[in-house]
Design a binder for this molecule. Structure first.
Ligand code: ASN
Length: 309
């Protein structure tokens, strides 16, 4: 018998009120910081003929739209690249739907429906985006220390401002030191967030750019929270030429026809860029020190649960 959404993450109304106030202030602080840095907010896309194919096991969410098959957004990466034909720096609070395997619910880090703060910078580099990510996170934490001290106190959470720049480790070194599935052991070993850089091509999606000088290595990154909270964000520099994108799709085993609408636009031209997406519920979980991600939002849907609202 599948568990129901209420049998997970039951917390008091009082505690939830503090969490939701903190989440609202996270969104506020992040939006203000990005707008002050030249970003323009675009509204999220929910349905499209194309979405992020992703590499891991996620069932496609599809809708019949007047006879056309549309996808529910798994991430807005493709639309971010296309939007940069119009704007130079964009962000969106983008709802993502990912039907993950039900056992993913066990670790308390996955939701079927979650929101990503997804951003992209025309002509951006990984180093620029890493600095931006560090400033964004510390700005949010600084804002919460000032504006949510009562709520943090009620959650018995003492936030320390992480020191910048964050440490960096390569994917290869992380695996050598912390094992093949390094995310959580690495996270548990750290007191400050840490960047994992240079993922191998075989473990990432087609859009992260391969380093010209180092075949098989991508110019991308993940940010890992400290104290066992695991992955915070994913991003990188992007492939943007039709030739490279077709090669990378073939290497990933994604049929070109699946992304035909996107490829047509790529052929007309999309700019070089870099960007990342940071999960809002995971950020809230980290900030509030919550054991389970379903406590980081209302109407949470852990994978495999029967929904009641
Ligand atoms: N938002 C991520 C990025 O910008 C992609 C993802 O969530 N799969 O790289």
């Amino acid at each position: 018998m599948p568990i129901t959404s209420e049998s997970r993450g039951l917390i008091s109304t009082e505690k939830m009120r503090s969490i939701l106030k903190i989440k609202s202030e996270i969104i506020h602080a992040a939006g203000d910081y990005l707008r002050a840095n030249g970003f323009i907010e675009i509204l999220p896309v929910i349905l499209s003929p194309v979405t992020d194919p992703l590499r891991h096991t996620v069932m496609a969410g599809e809708v019949d739209y007047y006879g056309q098959r549309l996808q529910l957004t798994k991430s807005m990466i493709l639309h971010k690249q296309v939007a940069l034909r119009t704007l130079d720096r964009i962000f969106s609070f983008s709802p993502n739907i990912r039907f993950e395997p039900p056992h993913y619910a066990d670790c308390g880090r996955y939701l079927t429906e979650f929101v990503q703060l997804d951003l992209e910078v025309k002509d951006g580099t990984r180093d620029q985006l890493i600095s931006l990510g560090e400033e964004l996170l510390t700005t949010i934490i600084g804002h919460l220390q000032k504006n949510c001290s009562d709520e943090l106190h009620r959650l018995s959470r003492e936030l320390t401002l992480p020191s910048i720049p964050f440490e960096r480790i390569t994917y290869e070194k992380a695996q050598q030191t912390f094992g093949k599935e390094f995310d959580i052991p690495l996270s548990q070993a750290k007191k400050n967030p840490i960047w994992v850089v240079d993922f191998p091509l075989a473990v990432r999606e087609f859009y992260d750019r391969e380093d010209k000088a180092r075949s098989g290595i991508l110019v991308d990154m993940d940010l890992i929270y400290p104290h066992g909270f695991g992955e915070a964000l994913s991003g990188g520099e992007r492939e943007y030429t039709l030739e490279r994108i077709l090669t990378r799709l073939s290497q990933s085993g994604v049929p070109h026809a699946q992304l035909a609408a996107y490829l047509k636009i790529v052929q007309e031209g999309i700019p070089p860029s870099a960007g990342f997406g940071i999960g809002i519920e995971r950020l809230t979980r980290y900030i509030c020190g919550l054991e389970r991600i379903e406590d980081a939002r209302l109407f949470a849907k852990p994978p495999g649960t029967i929904l009641t609202i």
